[in-house]
Design a protein around this ligand. Structure first.
Ligand code: NAP
Length: 262
């Protein structure tokens, strides 16, 4: 018996096998879920289709979250394939490369809007589209990072977007709670992915992290997958509007330099 036997849902944000979205999809499928996948660009299908086949996904849809028609079409297709769904994973973010370098004060209006649209508004849009397919309640999980709360140099506009994303989680949880739909975020420690590679200085941060995080190790795709599975499952039925840290304990630190180096 798997934790997700008889449960259906969609994971948005698979770019390749290193994506956090893929780590989550794999765990859900292993636990018996009927998992559909969504990706952003036609060019990605080559990479994502073999992953979909690996978990016997019946649903594989391209959806650029900046495009309302594509969102509508993705959920029409979901209704056709699944009828109803139990869970949705939003693991999507984007900012211009130049806005993930240098100073936050230099962020352009255009870059700010773009980051907010793809990384924040998309959660609102996908949640609104998914809710009618969750008549018996459901669970939604998105991905955030500690740069929302504290300054992470060069994370810049994405830190501001993640703060808005976490606030959106709370407002969505409030709106949809009466329908039995829960909305939560996972705040993950650094993981080597395509998006992470776009943040200037990520490599240094990644190397530093296990030296100071209380658990003295990196978090893995599987660590995120297991926590996401918990939040998406009935075992988390009393939890909504929360940000859960999967970061080897990094967020509890007041002093992030190793003592021996001070
Ligand atoms: P990833 O594999 O690059 O995933 C990011 C996904 O967002 C990609 O599939 C990307 O597709 C998609 N995306 C971008 N623009 C889109 C659009 N317009 N429409 C639909 N999808 C779009 O990187 P990841 O690290 O797994 O990121 C997943 C989530 O985890 C993000 O929210 C990220 O901020 C968060 N997170 C990551 C870390 C980390 O260290 N990696 C830590 C904390 C939180 P394209 O590749 O086609 O653009």
């Amino acid at each position: 018996m798997g934790l997700f036997d008889g449960k259906k849902g969609i994971v948005f944000g698979v770019a390749n096998k290193y994506s956090i979205a893929w780590g989550i999809a794999k765990v859900l499928a292993e636990e018996g879920a009927d998992v559909g996948l969504s990706y952003a660009m036609p060019a990605l299908e080559r990479r994502v289709r073999p992953l979909a086949e690996q978990i016997n996904a019946r649903y594989l849809v391209k959806c650029d979250v900046q495009n309302d028609e594509e969102i509508e079409a993705a959920f029409e297709k979901a209704k056709e394939v699944f009828g109803t769904i139990d869970f949705l994973v939003h693991a999507i973010a984007y900012a211009k490369r130049e806005d993930l370098d240098g100073l936050f004060v230099d962020t352009s209006r255009d870059g700010f809007h773009l980051a907010m649209d793809i990384s924040v508004y998309s959660l609102v849009a996908l949640t609104r589209a998914a809710a009618p397919l969750m008549p018996n309640g459901g669970s939604i999980v998105t991905m955030t990072y500690y740069g929302s709360e504290k300054v992470a140099p060069r994370y810049n506009v994405m830190g501001v977007a993640k703060a808005a994303l976490e606030a959106s989680v709370r407002y969505l949880a409030y709106d949809l709670g009466p329908k039995g739909i829960r909305v939560n975020a996972i705040s993950a420690g650094p993981i080597k992915t395509l998006s992470a590679a776009g943040v200037s200085g990520f490599k240094k941060l990644y190397q530093y992290f296990p030296k100071v995080a209380p658990l003295r190790k990196h978090v893995t795709q599987e660590d995120i997958g297991h926590t996401a599975a918990f939040l998406l499952s009935d075992w988390a039925r009393g939890i909504t509007g929360e940000v859960i840290y999967v970061d080897s304990g990094y967020n509890i630190l007041g002093l992030t330099a190793p003592l021996e180096e001070i």
